[in-house]
Ligand binder design. Structure first.
Ligand code: PLP
Length: 385
């Protein structure tokens, strides 16, 4: 019997090796891993540059504390500031922690408490991030939920226009709702939120935990839209390509509300994770790399749409870049198992969406193999139904 608390429903796969887009299990089976560790291994398993950077840092020192001058913190913070167009960075260890910090900073900086997020959003599991998450199933059993949060329908600008007022501290939103079912935010919604927040002195916080770090073919997904101007951006997952790290990026001025002692994290800004991040950010600063991600993912999405046209089980194909959801006619979970039988790993997103998150470094050949497996996996169902 397992000594692990059973908060995860585990698959029957024991990884022993992973390289690029491939994962080898203890029974010798080789899987095409289109989960990327749930949107984390953006540069593929065992990326050589990340490995080299981490090994070099391991040989120097692992951890001192945030009381010391750590040049790699300054370097990665300035990479993030340059890529996001924001100014100040706080390092932590996960997406939840990044959102938790962003919520605290927003309340402290504005002196206001009300925070609006979206129905079906996902922002994490601690009390603040959980309260921000617009899914009652995530709140169940943990009440009372932190006060001051309200939830409005995603992509419904009118609902936000009615609700935002001068008591609103912040609006927190994903560019593509990930866990909620891979639902892309529209440009008009996200641009509209920018304007509304500006009009009401509220902060726009964009959660790029899943969409960030090149996943959509941009360093951060909001950068695709010129009119979307966040005050705060949070990220994690792909930022360390598998090493735990999260970050909050904020507009200049926030530091006035965040003097020494206001917030902190023992492990936040750990040099080992930062060494990985520096290599990740160097890669996603390369426009040619990003252009290739956009090109490969657009081709893959086009091929998936063709499969959907001849496959009644698939209702919709959506997403952006390599963050893709297949909405299906039934429960998604059995399809995940069927794809696993074909040695392709994918995820669910909500009850009826199969979520596909290949590493950004995936080759067209690997994508073609996946397309065959997806078509076969879904064809069986269409024959049965
Ligand atoms: C959009 C978003 N925000 C926050 C989180 C929480 O991140 P973490 O699991 O690193 O705490 C997730 C995780 O799936 C996420 O997708």
């Amino acid at each position: 019997m397992s000594s692990l608390l059973p908060v995860y429903k585990k698959w029957g796969i024991t990884p022993v090796k992973a390289e690029g887009a491939w994962l080898t299990a203890a029974d010798g089976k080789e899987y095409l891993d289109f989960t990327s560790g749930i949107g984390v291994i953006n540069l593929g398993h065992g990326d050589a540059e990340v490995m080299e950077a981490v090994q070099a840092q391991l040989g120097q020192f692992w951890h001192t504390s945030n009381l010391f001058q750590i040049p790699i913190q300054e370097e990665v913070a300035s990479q993030l500031a340059r890529l996001s167009g924001l100014d100040k960075v706080f390092f932590c260890n996960s997406g939840t922690e990044a959102n938790e910090a962003a919520l605290k900073f927003a309340r402290r900086a504005t002196g206001k408490t009300n925070i609006i997020t979206c129905s079906q959003s996902f922002h994490g599991r601690t009390f603040g991030a959980m309260a921000a998450t617009g899914q009652s199933s995530i709140h169940t059993g943990f009440g009372p939920v932190l006060e001051g949060f309200s939830y409005l329908p995603f992509n419904d600008l009118e609902a936000f226009e009615k609700a935002i007022d001068n008591s609103t501290a912040a609006v927190l939103v994903e560019v593509i709702q990930g866990e909620g079912g891979v639902i892309p935010g529209t440009e008009s919604f996200l641009t509209g939120l920018t304007k509304l927040c500006q009009e009401h002195d509220a902060l726009l916080i964009i959660d790029e935990v899943q969409t960030g770090n090149g996943r959509t073919g941009y360093p951060f997904a909001y950068l695709k839209y010129e009119g979307v101007k966040p005050d705060i951006v949070t990220t994690a997952k792909g930022l360390g390509n598998g090493l735990p790290i999260g970050a909050v990026m904020a507009k200049a001025g926030l530091e006035q509300a965040c003097s020494a002692g206001v917030h902190g994290s023992t492990f936040g800004g750990n040099p080992i994770s930062l060494a990985a991040s520096r290599a990740v950010l160097a890669k996603i600063s390369d426009e040619a790399f990003l252009a290739e991600v956009r090109e490969k993912s657009a081709w893959f999405m086009g091929e998936l749409k063709k499969i959907a046209e001849r496959t009644p089980a698939i209702k919709d194909v959506r997403g952006d870049g390599f963050m893709i959801g297949l909405e299906i006619q039934a429960e998604a979970a059995p399809y995940i198992m069927r794809l696993q039988d074909k040695q392709l790993l994918a995820l669910t997103a909500g009850p009826s969406v199969v979520r596909i998150l290949p590493p950004l470094t995936v080759t067209k050949e690997e994508l073609s193999i996946a397309l065959e497996k997806i078509e076969e996996g879904f064809r069986i169902e269409s024959v049965l139904s």
